[in-house]
Design a protein around this ligand. Sequence first.
Ligand code: GLN
Length: 190
Amino acid sequence: NKIIGILGMQGAIAEHQEILLQIPHTKIRIVKTAKDLDCIDGLILPGGESTAIGKLLDYFSLKEILRQKIISGLPVFGTCAGLILLAKNIENQTNTHLATMDITVKRNGYGSQLDSFSTNLLIPTIDKNMPIPLVFIRAPYITKTDKDVQILATLDNKIIAARQKNMLVSSFHPELTCDLRFHQYFLSMI
Ligand code: GLN
């Protein structure tokens, strides 16, 4: 059994939980304190509001401990705001959050007209045969990656999913679909 943590500060916590409940041999722990971090095998950073989640990480004295765990190899999966939390650089913004992944991210990258949309895309690293449904909500995208970052998916020349060692990120929200494949891929990293 693998114990998957879901960072329980703010955002789509219950939605990730719903998906994980459908995957056998997984246990779930909502992470709110440093102690919770000691008993998990991997951690999901949900979508929501990155500024709010960043502030709550400070408030609960979790930021530095979590940062060290990620640097030491804790597998993490950041969706949307979670991606922003992991980025070393955020465009038009000086402060960053966990800043462990060598990517530059543009927040709300799709502007106001296309605030939210969904589409289907073949992401061969996840599944060679069947496209994956993608849901974007005020989504960020990745504008730059260092060379040891593996780009998993692009949409209109924008990078929307990537992996660097133990860190997996997506601009979109796999937890808002009924599709388990992205989460299963994350579990395969653990
Ligand atoms: N726009 C949000 C942010 O900048 C992210 C949106 C989301 O997680 N759905 O934090």
